[in-house]
Design a protein around this ligand. Structure first.
Ligand code: SF4
Length: 360
């Protein structure tokens, strides 16, 4: 006889939780209260939910559980960046990177174990696709990192103040796990939960055009797009997704993306020596991005021994940036944090396997 599986309540949005309570003959009106307990860092058992009555706690404990991630590895960079490795129930390992600055903490989280997109400069692609993360596994990274911050002596008045910005730039392509991403965002933005506002969350994509269109109508968060090349030939050679949705399709959907006043799309462009870093590339990029309200982040390539790609010289990077700035684009050169612990952009690695890296 098969043993019935318990239900992970951290997979539920508030509305889903209410429906689940109905299925257990419990009052759905208790959903907001229960939901707020579930979104508190450090909650792992129903017995901790002091304001939920005992009978309800006991009923829930029979049918359901509260999943929780705990770090199996923690690496500290000399620049303050911290990389956490989390083992999932089935043994897959994912990583999250906490990037502190004097004023704010940014957390970079994973949306998949592995990735199917196969970008050539990214060794996460070489690792292949393992599986999508559940909403609970996505949110679990945020809760677990807040718990670690509390352990490390960080103090804030409320849980929502621990992490200022949340970026989906870790392992995986978030829009390839759209359904779970959407539930996770709903949970993260809920006023009874961690209450992230839309301006504090950025979802980054390599360019899954139909899902960008869907997201435009579904969820209001910041959009980041990994471009990494100014023309179709170069982009297809670096990013196989470009053979399905090419630059023209991608830029058209970006141009039509509904942005609130003063909001922009963030374009990420990894600069790789001799591949996409010429003045001509910069001019083509400027031409392509005209009429798209945007900011451009230039990311000098983080070299790894496993891949042949090289970082351009500083002079080349400056020249590329100058062309974009002269064309009127807000352009930053972002030197990644945490390179010494393989936590920088392009270095997110499955724990203990430095062969696996990720570039956004
Ligand atoms: S860069 Fe991002 S989308 Fe491309 S293979 Fe790596 S993880 Fe996947």
């Amino acid at each position: 006889m098969s043993i019935p599986q318990k239900t992970d309540l951290r997979n539920f949005s508030k509305a889903q939780l209410a429906a689940y309570l109905v299925s257990l003959d419990l009052p759905p009106g208790r959903a907001p209260h229960l939901f707020s307990w579930l979104q508190k860092p450090g909650i792992k058992e129903f017995s901790q939910m002091a304001t939920i009555n005992r009978a309800m706690r006991q009923r829930l404990a029979k049918q359901a559980f509260i999943s929780r991630l705990s770090a199996v590895t923690t690496e500290y960079s000399t620049d303050g960046t911290i990389k956490y490795g989390f083992a999932l129930q089935d043994g897959e390992i994912i990583e999250s990177v906490l990037i502190p600055t004097p004023k704010r903490h940014t957390l970079c989280i994973s949306s998949q174990a592995g990735c199917a997109m196969g970008c050539k400069f990214c060794l996460t692609g070489a690792m292949g696709f393992k599986r999508n993360l559940t909403p609970a596994e996505i949110i679990g990274q945020v809760l677990a990192v807040i718990e670690k911050m509390i352990e490390n002596g960080v103090r804030r008045a409320t849980p929502r103040e621990f992490i200022n910005n949340l970026v989906f730039m870790g392992m995986g392509e978030p829009l390839a796990n759209y359904d779970n991403l959407k539930i996770a965002l709903n949970i993260l933005m809920d006023r009874h939960g961690l209450e992230f506002t839309e301006r504090r969350i950025t979802v980054s994509t390599c360019g899954i055009v139909p899902k960008i269109k869907t997201m435009a109508t579904d969820i209001r968060v910041n959009l980041a797009v990994s471009l990494h090349a100014a023309d179709n030939d170069t982009r297809s050679s670096l990013m196989p997704i470009n053979m399905i949705y090419n630059l023209d399709d991608l830029l058209a959907v970006c141009r039509a993306y509904p942005l609130k006043p003063r909001k922009v799309i963030l374009f990420a462009y990894i600069l790789i020596r001799g591949i996409n870093d010429s003045d001509r590339d910069a001019r083509t990029l400027a031409h392509n991005l005209c009429r798209i309200p945007c900011r451009i982040n230039l990311l000098p390539y983080n070299e790894s021994v496993e891949l042949p790609y090289k970082r351009p010289e500083a002079e080349r990077i400056n020249s590329f940036q100058k062309i974009l700035r002269d064309a009127g684009f807000r352009t930053m050169v972002r030197d990644s944090r945490g390179a010494d612990i393989a936590a920088a952009c392009g270095q997110l690695a499955k724990c203990g396997n430095k062969k696996t890296t990720h570039q956004r």
